[in-house]
Design a protein around this ligand. Structure first.
Ligand code: GTP
Ligand code: SPV
Ligand code: MN
Length: 666
């Protein structure tokens, strides 16, 4: 390939020019946050690509980080390198560049809020293009039977993955800046935290990682010469462009791949700028790589919210972790405003929990994230007022609709709109009207990216490096039929079975067709970093230590059961505190349950329904139809047999058989 002078050859849309312009503008305006003249730094002699760090200094990086950066800069050939320091000045520069590129637009109705609209082909996680690479396939996933495709992960052999990556990454950042993001999952310096370095050519990703993680210079200091998780990301659109962008959003959907190499602690993501595909600290690191680290070090990395709940009458406060599949209610439960006056809920995290038994045998959880990447549609003052207050400032909205008064709109906000304002849909339809349009105003997976510290009910201990003690674990899903509002497992092993047998209606958070019931064990189906059978054994192994450990009680909930008219039977949201109240009664050992074939259901009258707006049909909410449960048992048999095959722990099969026998008595 002929040598090119990278800087001279970049087209007029290069990052480099924006930076020059930005610093000139600040110089002219005499801003106190003056950008230093960039210090140009040449690359090692043996490389002829003349790469430079235009922001930050390569010399200042720990040796291992520098090596990782240089290696990938040689591979991806960005124009320039920007080493993120996490400062305000840097954030100004990034937002300025994103505005110049027409990727972010200000929402002037609020303080420092921004709107991004993506290429309509890049709107959610792509599960079918997400791979784990290990020497042995069986380390990644069970071998499905009958030639079925695995629903428990995609595996690729190391050589094949090398080929796939080699077809994509060389030169993929030409004309762009490579940002170096040092980030900590968990409070910087906490014994439960882990550090990653993400390299990305997306300024949108930088702005989002700044919200979602602890990012910047202090992370590098804390890292020193220790090892870190390597996370390489490119939107896969080098400059100059060879085809036009949609919505100015660079991505490469045809060639997207999200690759995990756990044996090297490495993630490589190409082609998508959206959410879990590109914010690599979240699902890729904190769950997929995280679950492997957790298994090896005897802890848990789970797709769970963490909340605190205090009974104001008794002063007793407990913490609960809950796993619901994507877009099934974690953020809403984590921030709920209880309708029962004697409860106070506080939020620790809304998506991911890292949990470990301490020396006293208590399970302690931290939220490894620093922000919320929450589903926008459905969020309103009526359903989730604390989220509404959180997103008033410093928030990046993606794929929501805009209003003519400079605000946002999405499905669910109809009753909270200022009169007379017009709506512009996420796809750019001007004066969008519900009655006249066959498509929603906001994309169903549109999101807000907002700092956790802004949530008015953050728990005082949410950044406690020791984590908070967990008394109950709740599983749940979207089950329109058959599954009661709440039930408790008979014991730990039965609880692990409930997690293993979880099923839920698919949602817009990934590419699946919505509304089909899918198995989603532990809400982790898209996020297991290793063989699900081994994951179950890991969970079961703690049950064998029940003498030393204070094992949390395990529950299952369903806010989404419908009546024959397709209406939700349960009001949900703030009313879910009534279910938490029952969970806490059980944690206190109160005799408020009845045994049924599927588990322990609330005794008549033990669910506090005082002050409910409208009466609820308790019989319908708790009815256990025999035929439904027979079908459920059969579906779980089929799934375990076909998908988990020989890797299913015998204890889980024993639980299924016991359930089958009990269901016969319904
Ligand atoms: P991810 O961020 O994708 O992991 O999703 P999540 O589990 O945090 O789901 P979230 O709380 O954002 O809720 C997703 C959708 O479900 C939103 O549209 C909510 O309005 C709706 N939802 C949440 N809780 C309830 C509830 O109790 N009842 C009903 N009917 N809908 C709910
Ligand atoms: C989920 O899909 O569970 C999310 C959104 O929390 S994403 O960050 O895109 O994974
Ligand atoms: Mn999630």
């Amino acid at each position: 390939m002929p040598e090119r002078n990278e800087i001279e050859s970049c087209d007029h849309h290069s990052d480099h020019e924006f930076r020059e312009e930005f610093s000139t503008r600040l110089l002219k305006e005499g801003s106190p946050t003056l950008v230093k003249r960039p210090r140009l730094q040449s690359y090692p002699k043996r490389d002829s690509s003349h790469l430079r760090a235009i922001y930050g200094e390569l010399d200042g990086l720990p040796a291992k980080v520098r090596h990782y950066v240089e290696e990938n800069a040689r591979l991806c050939k960005p124009d320039t390198i920007h080493i993120c320091d996490g400062s305000e000045r840097e954030n100004e520069l990034i937002t300025y560049m994103l505005q110049k590129d027409n990727i972010l637009r200000r929402l002037p109705k609020y303080d420092n809020c921004w709107l991004a609209r993506t290429d309509p082909a890049d709107v959610a996680r792509v599960e079918r293009l997400t791979y784990i690479t290990t020497e042995l396939q069986r380390d990644t996933m069970p071998t499905p039977k009958y030639g079925a495709k695995s629903q428990l992960g995609n595996w690729m052999a190391p050589e094949d993955m090398d080929n796939e990556l080699n077809m994509r990454f060389p030169d993929c950042m030409k004309g762009r800046t490579m940002f170096v993001i040092p980030f900590s999952m968990g409070p910087v310096g906490s014994p439960l935290s882990k550090i990653g370095i993400q390299l990305t050519d997306s300024a949108y990703v930088v702005a989002s990682m700044r919200v979602m993680t602890r990012m910047g210079q202090n992370v590098l200091q804390s890292l020193g010469e220790k090892d870190f998780v390597k996370a390489l990301h490119s939107v896969g659109k080098p400059l100059p462009l060879t085809s036009p962008l949609h919505n100015n959003w660079p991505c490469n959907p045809k060639n997207t791949i999200i690759a995990h190499m756990p044996e090297k602690n490495e993630i490589c993501s190409y082609g998508s700028g959206y959410g879990g595909n590109s914010l690599l600290g979240k699902k890729c690191f904190a769950l997929r790589i995280g679950s492997i680290l957790a298994r090896n070090e005897r802890w848990f990395a789970e797709h769970m919210l963490i909340l605190g709940i205090e009974n104001l009458d008794t002063g007793v406060k407990k913490y609960v972790a809950a796993a619901f599949p994507s877009a099934c209610g974690k953020t809403n439960l984590a921030m709920m405003k209880p309708t029962l006056p004697n409860y106070k809920v506080t939020c620790v995290g809304d998506d991911i929990a890292w949990m470990r038994f301490d020396s006293q045998g208590r399970l302690r959880a931290i939220n490894p994230e620093a922000g919320f990447f929450g589903v926008a549609p459905g969020t309103s003052y009526k359903t989730n007022p604390h989220a509404m207050d959180t997103i008033k400032k410093n928030t990046i909205f993606t794929n929501v609709a805009e209003t003519s008064d400079g605000g946002y709109f999405w499905e669910g906000l109809e009753d909270e709109m200022e009169p007379g304002v017009k709506i512009r849909s996420w796809l750019g339809d001007e004066d969008w009207k519900k009655e006249e349009s066959d498509r929603p105003a906001a994309h169903p997976n549109s999101r807000f990216c907002t700092p956790a510290s802004q949530c008015p009910i953050m728990d005082p201990a949410w950044e406690d490096p020791e984590g908070v003690p967990i008394d109950a674990i709740i599983f749940g899903g979207r089950r329109p039929e058959g599954v009661p509002l709440v039930y408790e497992s008979f014991n730990w092993q039965h609880g692990v079975f409930l997690g293993a047998a979880m099923r839920s209606e698919s949602t817009a958070a990934a590419e699946h067709k919505a509304k089909q019931i899918m198995n989603d064990p532990f809400a982790m189906r898209p996020f297991f970093g290793y063989n699900f059978g081994d994951y179950l054994s890991h969970w079961l192994s703690f049950g064998k230590q029940s003498e030393e450990l204070q094992l949390p009680k395990i529950f299952h909930v369903n806010w989404f059961r419908k009546d024959s008219n397709g209406k939700f039977l349960w009001p949900g949201f703030g009313e879910n505190c009534r279910v938490l109240d029952w969970v806490l009664q059980r944690c206190n050992g109160e005799d408020v349950f009845v045994d049924t074939p599927i588990g322990r259901l609330p005794k008549y009258d033990s669910l506090n329904l005082q002050g409910l707006d409208k009466p609820v049909d308790l019989d319908a909410l708790f009815h256990l139809p025999r035929e439904f449960w027979e079908n459920e048992v059969n579906a779980v048999y089929k799934y375990f047999d076909e998908q988990v095959n020989e890797d299913l722990p015998k204890e889980i099969m024993a639980e299924l058989k016991a359930l089958e026998a009990r269901v016969g008595a319904l």
